[in-house]
Design a protein around this ligand. Structure first.
Ligand code: IVH
Length: 683
């Protein structure tokens, strides 16, 4: 478009384009253009709006941050009260709920599967209401006491996942949902707080609440909040769906973030299956949840059921068990990790927390023990948070006995007796034994074989202990040279399982490059960085030759990470292990260029509806979704007759069963990649 074009039109076109790009970047996690291109268009719009203030619109992406700090929040009276949900903890309470629903609808008591439910995670954040007037975000409010909330419009505008404008032909639309902070952003925020010597947040919910209620919206903007929509307020205008699940699909189409984990199930058994399935996935989800929510799917039935006092009769929150409990700290032992880090671990009197019995909990490091003033003999509070490793949160000083014992970090490694070192300004003490230390060797091997790395089934802690202690395996490469007889000869190794392990090792020879990099256990290289590196360099050789400067071109790789990567590959020992792995027939597979898929609409994908279920070996759900959408396909949350493909990964749940029942086409990641591959333009 030329510069003498109508500034109104140009500004409008820029906004549409910037919104499209921002949605792909923030919500789909799949950028359409390089950041520089976004910035260029953004600046063009800013300049245009400066030169022609009459073009300025409140829904412009330039206006997400800008309001001056205020001194107090105004209040917003909710047009319909923001209610709460009835809670259940036990299966029986869920059964009673389903029974009440059926009774309330005069459904025959024998028809146990009569009700279809929409089921979702219960997000652990804070409820907000977003009101769009003529398609533009006009009011954003907290729940408050349910009747009146705080006007946090300016703060919510800074949340990139919240659309400022929607493409809906409606005078007014109120969307409700949850503002939260994703675990990754929370960890980053707390690391920053720590670095600045400021107070850390207890959990993502507190961090989200504190961030949303900042009077200076620039603070909110810096905190990276997220939003999930979970409801629409029915007003005068008819809703475009007759079911809750349909409303969620509609919202997703309007570019509201809607969770991928939502589903539709039948009857109380469907509810309980979902509860367990989500419970199992909980730790791996990128955000905290504190249970699941069940909603009668059909809106007409919801209306017939109505409300009791402050909660709907058609919905129920099924919560996960309490996550914090008190117990006695019997002793503090020191564990040696993969990188030699010494972690003090609390041995506890067994306590039931977060659904399991906990006997050990991490105390992180020496400074943490001092800060929390934890001593052997204390009564401590133990938390099993979103991640699976339980931790000691604090001490009940009122219950401290007189004879508690303070902890000191040993000066020599408890496993290999090498010196323990603690770098200046570092919190972590490390064993200096490197791979001489059997503990480090074992951890490195376990990491190498783990599910998200080389995925060698059956190579668990016990077997690794045996292999290392017997001197059969020193480096990962030794695994691939292990004679079957040596495996068979190990104690308690049945004939069949020796064969299975050997087969699993052999089958792991063609990992994706990303998994291979992750498996190497380079310090500071987690799964995401490994994937970014694989995408950037495309081959192991290219990465191994990269210098620190080049490495920092990769997304999210800063000087610290670049130094560990370059340092890792500079080490002769590491190069030898890699060469030995390659010589043993391990061949990392570069990722196909998924990001290119959008360049053409794939014949195999365009117009087709996909449902994703389970964990795919080499792609996150967001990546899979983004690639399918970029190629013109659609990703639906639940299986129906209209579904063209069900992409099933590990531990696929009820969606896979439904797909089988409906006789749908079920494909795996390889087949999905093949479909996407056909869409790539010839180069
Ligand atoms: S629906 C009538 N769905 O739970 C109430 N609420 O106790 C409609 N929450 O403060 C709420 N995840 O913020 C609903 N998927 C979900 C939810 C959810 C979290 C929160 C909500 C509210 C509380 C209700």
């Amino acid at each position: 478009m030329t510069s003498d074009a109508d500034p109104f039109e140009r500004a409008a076109a820029l906004r549409v384009e910037l919104d499209r790009q921002a949605y792909a970047y923030h919500v789909l996690d799949s950028p359409l253009v390089p950041d520089a291109e976004y910035d260029r268009l953004f600046r063009e719009l800013q300049e245009l709006e400066r030169a022609h203030p009459e073009c300025l619109a409140p829904d412009s992406p330039t206006q997400r941050v800008g309001a001056a700090p205020s001194t107090a929040f105004g209040s917003v009276v909710h047009r319909a009260p923001m209610l709460s949900l009835s809670n259940a903890f036990a299966d029986d309470e869920v059964r009673a709920f389903d029974r009440r629903v059926r009774e309330g609808l005069d459904i025959d008591a024998a028809a146990v599967d009569a009700i279809e439910y929409a089921v979702e995670p219960k997000f652990d954040g804070l409820a907000v209401s977003l009101t769009y007037v003529d398609g533009v975000l006009a009011i954003g409010a907290t729940r408050g006491d349910g009747e009146t909330g705080e006007d946090v419009t300016a703060n919510l505008r800074t949340v990139q996942a919240v659309p400022l404008r929607i493409d809906a032909q409606r005078a007014r639309l109120e969307v409700r949902g949850e503002v939260l902070m994703r675990k990754r952003d929370f960890a980053r925020l707390n690391a920053e707080q720590r670095a600045r010597g400021e107070r850390e947040f207890v959990n993502p919910r507190n961090a989200a609440a504190g961030s949303l209620r900042q009077l200076d919206t620039r603070m909110t903007a810096a905190r990276k909040l997220w939003f999930f929509a979970y409801g629409v307020v029915a007003e005068d205008e008819a809703l475009p769906a007759t079911r809750h699940s349909g409303l969620m699909d509609w919202l997703a189409g309007l570019r509201f973030p809607v969770t991928q984990e939502r589903a539709r199930v039948r009857g109380v058994e469907g509810l309980l299956d979902y509860y367990r399935a989500i419970g199992a996935q909980r730790a791996a989800l990128p955000y905290d949840i504190d249970g699941v929510v069940y909603k009668v799917d059909e809106l007409a039935l919801q209306q017939r059921l109505g409300f009791v006092s402050r909660a709907p009769r058609f919905a129920l929150a099924h919560k996960f068990p309490a996550e914090e409990a008190l117990t006695e700290l019997i002793d503090i032992e020191v564990q040696v990790g993969r990188t030699g880090a010494l972690t003090p671990v609390a041995r506890l009197k067994p306590v039931f927390v977060g659904g399991v019995t906990v006997t050990n909990a991490t105390l992180h490091n020496e400074d943490e023990i001092r800060r929390k003033d934890v001593r052997i003999g204390d009564t401590v509070s133990v938390r099993r948070a979103g991640d699976v490793i339980p931790e000691v949160v604090g001490v009940v000083l009122a219950r401290r006995p007189v004879d508690t014992v303070e902890f000191t970090m040993p000066a020599r490694c408890p496993v290999c007796d090498s010196a323990v070192l603690r770098g200046e300004g570092e919190a972590i003490s490390r064993c200096s034994g490197g791979l001489f230390c059997a503990a480090q060797r074992k951890q490195a091997l376990l990491h190498f074989a783990s599910r998200r790395a080389m995925d060698i089934e059956g190579l668990g802690e016990k077997l690794v202990d045996q292999l290392v202690d017997a001197g059969l395996v020193h480096t990962p490469a030794d695994l691939y040279r292990l004679p079957l007889d040596a495996l068979r000869a190990l104690e308690r190794m049945a004939e069949k399982s020796a064969g299975n392990v050997a087969a699993a090792i052999a089958a792991s020879r063609h990992p994706t490059l990303a998994r291979f990099l992750f498996a190497l256990g380079i310090r500071n290289v987690g799964e995401t960085t490994a994937r970014d590196l694989a995408r950037h360099y495309r081959s192991l050789g290219a990465l191994m030759e990269a210098d620190r400067e080049s490495l920092q071109q990769v997304l999210d790789v800063g000087p610290v990470v670049a130094t560990s990567i370059a340092g890792f590959f500079a080490e002769a020992h590491n190069r030898e292990v890699i060469e030995a792995l390659l010589a043993a027939g391990v061949v990392p597979q570069p990722l196909p260029a998924l990001e290119d898929a959008g360049a053409a609409s794939a014949a195999g994908i365009a117009g087709k509806t996909f449902v994703l279920t389970g964990t795919l070996p080499g792609l996150t759900r967001d990546e899979a979704r983004a690639s399918i959408e970029a190629a013109g396909g659609k990703v639906a949350g639940s299986v129906s007759k209209k579904t063209d493909y069900v992409v099933a990964g590990d531990e696929a749940g009820s969606k896979l069963d439904e797909a089988r029942m409906l006789g749908l086409t079920i494909i795996d990641e390889a087949a999905l990649r093949a479909l996407l591959g056909t869409s790539r333009p010839a180069r």
